[in-house]
Design a protein. Structure first.
Length: 147
């Protein structure tokens, strides 16, 4: 494997996920970025600020802000000040967002199962270990962790 193969691999996975998301995006008239923000907040309850979304998803802060504003205006998100730190704003999915979240979780599960089809338990354990090491190395390269 070389860098070109690795980058092509991640692009294929992202492309396949985007294709699977199209039905939800169409049904709820959402952009992929808005859908990603809702699912990020759902899947990462400990990371609930626009800054954390931007840093983790590698989306420019101004783009996250635009999508958060739209999601708030459409009733899918609400903002709450974080007690003890008035500079932080917690983003919370509303009841209106729950149908999107339910379909999104089902889609993510189906996507994961489809990607892992044909792998043994041992393959999956090795894959999990490799991903953990790669993720740590990527964090080091981005300066998120120190050596």
């Amino acid at each position: 494997m070389n860098i070109s193969t690795l980058l092509s691999f991640t692009t294929k996975i992202e492309g396949a996920y985007e294709v699977m998301c199209q039905s939800i995006l169409s049904e709820f008239e959402l952009s992929k970025t808005s859908f990603d923000i809702l699912m990020f907040l759902t899947n990462n309850p400990d990371r609930y600020t626009a800054k954390e979304i931007s840093a983790t998803k590698n989306i420019k802060a101004n783009v996250v802000s635009l999508h958060v504003d739209k999601l708030v205006n459409d009733g899918y998100l609400m903002r709450r000040n974080v007690e003890g730190d008035r500079r932080k704003v917690r983003l919370i999915c509303t009841d209106k967002a729950q149908p999107i979240i339910e379909k999104g979780r089902a889609l993510q599960y189906k996507f994961f199962i489809s990607l892992m089809d044909g792998l043994t338990v041992e393959d999956l354990e090795g894959f999990k270990h490799c991903f953990q090491v790669i993720e740590e190395n990527a964090d080091l390269l981005q300066g998120r962790k120190k050596m």
